[in-house]
Design a protein around this ligand. Structure first.
Ligand code: GRF
Length: 194
């Protein structure tokens, strides 16, 4: 993995779809002295995503695409990534599946955070399924994005114990807290302390 030279940081684009707590966490992280990333812009698949407001407040450029015409939107995004010399994409609660073509053409690193202990529970509604299956442990994973959903190489995971009284909602909130810590750790692991 590439290492940082001097004071340079990786020009990063964050992709979101919703409330954007992972985005907020990454923006705060990027403002810290030792962070390896600089957030250049935020792409949202939903123009009402709350995360967009937070990004704008922090003077970060934002763009929204509804992905109804995925090919066309991805082409525009690729152009924008190139123009802004982006060398890292962090997906953070991004609910669209990027095409293989996009992943190949971007040709740099794309990371994602997923709320389960991959390879278990890929896809949606992880917390509900974990509880239904009476799992004892769950957690979150930061991984590379490849052409298959939630299947790229794992970078870091955090495991937590499921409590008897946990509901999908309480579990989601407990896992989310761990996601915020894990995303920071994964970026440090990749770029600062491999
Ligand atoms: C997170 O649990 C993320 O892992 C999942 O969707 C949730 C998004 O949360 N893909 P937020 O928008 O970052 O608050």
């Amino acid at each position: 993995m590439a290492k940082l030279i001097g004071n340079s940081k990786f020009n990063t684009a964050i992709f979101i779809s919703g409330k954007g707590s992972n985005l907020r966490n990454l923006i705060k992280f990027s403002n810290s002295k030792n962070s390896p990333i600089k957030i250049i812009f935020v792409i949202s698949s939903n123009h009402k995503a709350k995360g967009l407001l937070f990004a704008r407040k922090h003077k970060i450029k934002t763009k929204s695409f509804n992905f109804k015409n995925k090919e066309k939107d991805e082409k525009k995004i690729l152009h924008y990534l190139k123009k802004n010399k982006i060398n890292l994409i962090c997906l953070a609660g991004f609910m669209k599946i990027l095409s293989i073509n996009f992943i190949k053409k971007f040709n740099k690193k794309i990371l994602n955070i997923h709320p389960s202990l991959l390879p278990k529970y890929k896809g949606l509604n992880t917390h509900k399924r974990v509880i239904q299956n009476k799992e004892k442990k769950t957690g979150c994973t930061v991984h590379y994005v490849n052409s298959k959903l939630d299947s790229g190489k794992i970078i870091l995971q955090k495991k937590i114990t499921i409590r008897k009284k946990d509901t999908p909602k309480t579990l989601a909130s407990r896992v989310l807290k761990e996601e915020h810590i894990l995303y920071r750790k994964a970026l440090m692991k990749l770029f600062i302390n491999p």
